[in-house]
Design a protein. Structure first.
Length: 149
């Protein structure tokens, strides 16, 4: 009987120490490309700026919906909207992205954050660089309905 108690205590001690850790040999590293050479890359750059609390830097990669660069006063006027978007999507993982090509210079990106919040971004190409043109964010209605029940 005493041997059983010793065996149980020994096995609990070994479990708590975790002497052996098994890790996979090949770890997949995710590389995020964030620049203005492609629509998804500019979206990554925009979201990285918002996640890093750099709203001013995010304003510099915006354009208007006509595909022209924004004047500094226009960027300043959209500061509150971008700050609101930042608070809504900050540090939430991206769960889905759907691309819709409008023209060769404009692509609509429907982005889903954490299965709950959705946002729409319009990427416009000006000269050789891509810019974020308009943004809209909302919560999924079925999520709100399930909370009410």
């Amino acid at each position: 009987m005493k041997n059983i108690y010793i065996l149980i205590a020994f096995s609990i001690t070994l479990q708590s120490c975790q002497l052996i850790v098994i890790e996979p040999k090949n770890k997949v590293k995710t590389i995020v490309v964030a620049n203005q050479t492609a629509p998804l890359y500019v979206l990554n750059l925009y979201l990285l700026n918002l996640d890093s609390n750099k709203v001013y830097e995010a304003l510099f990669i915006q354009s208007d919906t006509l595909g022209e660069k924004m004047l500094p006063i226009q960027q300043w006027e959209t500061f509150d909207d971008v700050s609101r978007l930042q608070r809504q999507i900050m540090l939430k993982p991206i769960t889905a992205i759907k691309l819709d090509t409008i023209s060769e210079n404009q692509i609509m990106m429907n982005v889903e954050f954490d299965y709950i919040r959705k946002a729409v971004f319009l990427a416009s190409k000006i000269d050789t660089l891509w810019y974020i043109s308009c943004r809209k964010s909302w919560k999924e209605q079925y999520y709100l309905n399930n909370l009410a029940q």
